[in-house]
Design a protein around this ligand. Structure first.
Ligand code: C2E
Ligand code: CA
Ligand code: CA
Length: 767
């Protein structure tokens, strides 16, 4: 509360009752007396009634406005010293000028600050009232916005007015500044909010990006290649490292690539077809081959899924490299195949063959139709194997397999059981072609020569035939019957077809049993060499001997060679048996010789098979070396037909044998068809006239003619002539009179055991 304010009264002129009341309370609260008038006219009335110390007036008022009222006050000498404060919402400088010209002391713009107003009030109340010097001063010319105004107020007043207006303005500025500060803080708050919002947005984006990253990681971590293709050019829009990595490409190399670039030229059309197909279905899958960066081919399993992204149709592809899996599958298949197929011919093996026959039996039972099983072999193939080696016989088997496959009936099967030399052909056709027709086809297929390294080899087929249900009732027995028939066919040594029968089966079973028996007999030393003397027909003395093999069975007794030598040849045991015979004879001779006996040359029989390779030379050498028997006490015999199988090779081997010092005899002479021209080329020492001619010389002219011719011819060629099978005196006489040097036969001696022959030598028997 201010001092002395009780006496001071202030007139408020304001037409707005609210504003008037607010102003009144302010004035009163500061200890001033207060009157209120609602317009200029009323204000002047109050002024006159009760002279105030100060007037605060609004400008815009009805009836008489603030300027006019101010002018009237200032023009009244009685009241002109009463200070007037004008309050206005107008802030134009022109208004200030008008206020100045009206004589007002202060000019405040609404909304005014209470403090500001009170400061003005106090200033004006404390100021000494001065004589207005307006009249003394020249009016001041002011130009505002191209308009000229003249200010009548004194300089001091103008200054005061400016200070007050400036103060107000300054205050307004402060307000503004505060407002600005508020605004600033608001801004800051806003910014903080924005920052927070941004942060949360960033967070959200980060989360989104994390999700994308997670997706990408997932994409990248997928063990399979993933790629997204556009559906126009089929280019990779997005792909993971596996997709390009599995093909050996860098990411950058893959980016510009179309999936079509990955296919081989020949596969492109097919791939495009698959891709277009993928556009028609939500999901598809296909396999294709892709060319890797290193030009290697990869088997790819492709699974597609049609997707839509931002209104664009795309193809999501998952690529699975199947190369390794396929390779593993292939190996598995090959292993499986190998286990069920013959190694040489790649024909189905026993398991598959039995399956096929069993299957055919079911069908045959339903249709009451037969099944034919044919076991097919080539004559002489064993011999070929022995001479040309296994590569040749394998090649022939492969060729034979191909030929038979080409002629096999539709529902048939060509198969080969491992380690069996022959091939089966099964005809399980519902409508079996007549067996003769099939046999003719087989005959034709086998009789075409086989080419081996330029040599044309000719064979004749041997075929064993068994028929279901006549010959056997199950798959296994059917095979066995056909095999038995084949054995029988082979016995003839010529082209042959043998039909199976229960008796035949027994026969073959016997044969097989015998084979086993022979093998164990040989192993157990049941073979023995007998010796049959050769006699000088002039002196009657033993000039030599032939070693002949016997099988001494503990139960059956002595088994003759005709019952086991052919079997030994068939089963390939003859070589070992001959080796044994040679070594046995040589050892025996050496033993006799060492014990002081006058030994004679002994001959050992060789077979055709031994004239196809050099093995025999080694065998002979070994026998001589091991026994240290002089070569002149060993002779070899080979038949005319054996010599003629491969005359060139025979000649070569015979020369080597002769070089060893071993004499060579041609056995069974006259039974073959050898020409003399050939015999001349062989280094032959002895010619053994076959028993059939010798035994005929006392009976038929034909034998006499041939025998005398052979003897004459042999003499010409300087061969030693031995007549075989001399049984009676008449034969001996004939031979002697025709100057045949030596004879061998029952007339002199049967083939006898070693000990008996030894006695003959010791006793120096003479016949
Ligand atoms: P081969 O080489 O022609 O032997 C002569 C055969 O005539 C012998 O039969 C002998 O006992 C028989 N023989 C001798 N004198 C007479 C006679 O006056 N009358 C009759 N009817 N026969 C007589 P063997 O010992 O039964 O031998 C038969 C065939 O077996 C031999 O015929 C030969 O081809 C073969 N052979 C015998 N031993 C061996 C051998 O160690 N190795 C080979 N590879 N074959 C052998
Ligand atoms: Ca002989
Ligand atoms: Ca003979």
């Amino acid at each position: 509360m201010e001092k002395d304010t009780n006496q001071i009264s202030i007139l408020i002129v304001e037409d707005s009752p609210i504003q008037a009341e607010l102003l009144r309370r302010l004035i009163v609260s500061h200890g001033y007396l207060c009157q209120v008038a609602t317009d200029g006219e009323a204000g002047l009335m109050k002024l006159k009634e009760n002279r105030p110390h100060l007037v605060i007036s609004d400008i815009q008022m009805p009836v008489l406005d603030g300027y006019q009222m101010c002018e009237r006050i200032k023009s009244d000498p009685q009241f002109k010293n009463i200070p007037v404060i004008l309050l206005t919402a107008l802030s134009d400088p022109v208004d200030v000028i008008r206020g100045l010209n009206a004589g007002a002391e202060a000019y405040l713009t609404k909304p005014y600050d209470n403090e500001r107003l009170l400061v003005e009030v106090r200033r004006l109340l404390s100021a000494t009232p001065k004589e207005d010097k307006v009249t003394e001063n020249k009016p001041l010319d002011v130009e505002i916005n191209d308009a000229h105004y003249s200010v009548n107020a004194s300089r001091e007043k103008i200054l005061q007015m400016l200070v007050s207006t400036y103060g107000n303005a300054a205050h307004q500025n402060q307000l503004l500044q505060k407002l600005e500060e508020d605004l600033h803080s608001l801004n800051q708050q806003l910014e903080t909010k924005v920052a927070q919002r941004t942060a949360s947005l960033v967070e959200e984006e980060k989360r989104a990006r994390n999700a994308e990253n997670r997706y990408k990681t997932l994409f990248d971590l997928m063990p399979e290649g993933v790629g997204i293709l556009d559906t126009q050019e089929w280019k990779f829009i997005e792909f993971n490292d596996v997709a390009c990595g599995q093909l050996g490409y860098l990411r950058s190399e893959f980016e510009k690539r179309s999936i079509l670039d990955l296919a081989l030229d020949n596969d492109k059309a097919k791939l495009l077809e698959h891709l277009n197909q993928a556009l028609r279905y939500p999901q598809t899958s296909f396999t294709t081959q892709f060319l890797a960066q290193d030009q290697g081919l990869l088997d790819m399993d492709v699974r597609t899924r049609l997707i839509e992204l931002d209104g664009q149709r795309l193809l999501n592809c998952i690529f699975r490299d199947m190369t390794a899996i396929n390779r593993a599958k292939k190996i598995e298949w090959e292993l499986e195949h190998k286990s069920t197929h013959d190694l040489i011919t790649d024909l189905p093996s026993k398991t598959l063959l039995l399956d096929a026959i069993t299957q055919s039996i079911h069908i045959a039972d339903r249709n009451s139709s037969p099944i034919t099983v044919l076991a097919i072999d080539l004559n002489r193939l064993n011999t070929i194997t022995a001479s040309l080696g296994h590569p040749a016989s394998d090649a022939i088997q492969v060729e034979l397999a191909q030929r038979l496959r080409a002629i096999k009936p539709k529902a048939g099967m060509v198969a080969r059981i491992h380690n069996q030399d022959f091939i089966y052909l099964v005809d399980g056709s519902l409508d079996p072609s007549p067996i003769t027709e099939l046999l003719t086809r087989i005959s034709r297929a086998t009789s075409t020569p086989f080419n081996w390294n330029g040599a044309m080899l000719e064979f004749e087929p041997c075929i064993g035939v068994s028929v279901y249900p006549k010959d056997a009732q199950d798959a296994n027995s059917l095979l066995e019957s056909a095999e038995a028939a084949l054995f029988k066919a082979k016995e003839s040594g010529r082209k042959a077809i043998v039909l199976a029968s229960p008796e035949l089966k027994n026969e073959v079973e016997n044969l097989i049993r015998k084979e086993n028996e022979l093998r164990s007999a040989f192993a157990n030393g049941q073979l023995e060499m007998f010796y049959q003397p050769r006699v000088d027909l002039i002196t009657g003395k033993i000039s030599g001997a032939e070693a002949l093999m016997r099988w001494r069975d503990p139960i059956k007794g002595i088994i003759p060679p005709k019952d086991f030598i052919p079997l030994a040849e068939e089963i390939g045991l003859i070589r070992s048996m001959t080796e044994w015979a040679l070594s046995e004879v040589c050892k025996q001779q050496k033993k006799w010789s060492d014990s002081g006996i006058d030994i004679v040359p002994i001959s050992v029989n060789l077979v055709a098979e031994q004239f196809q390779d050099d093995q025999i030379i080694k065998t002979l050498k070994t026998s001589l070396d091991e026994s240290r028997l002089p070569a002149k006490f060993l002779e070899v015999e080979l038949t005319e037909s054996a010599a003629m199988q491969d005359p060139k090779k025979t000649a070569q081997l015979l020369n080597q044998i002769r070089d060893l010092g071993i004499l060579i005899a041609i056995d069974d002479f006259g039974t073959g068809y050898s020409s003399l021209a050939y015999l001349e080329k062989f280094p032959i020492d002895i010619l053994k006239i076959d028993i059939s001619f010798v035994q005929g010389v006392t009976k038929d002219l034909h034998s006499i003619a041939i025998t005398s011719a052979i003897i004459a011819m042999a003499k010409e060629l300087k061969f030693l002539i031995v007549a075989e099978g001399v049984e009676i005196e008449g034969q001996r006489e004939f031979l002697s009179s025709h100057h045949c040097e030596e004879g061998q036969g029952y007339l002199f001696s049967q083939p006898v055991p070693a000990d008996t022959f030894k006695q003959l030598l010791i006793n120096k028997v003479s016949y």
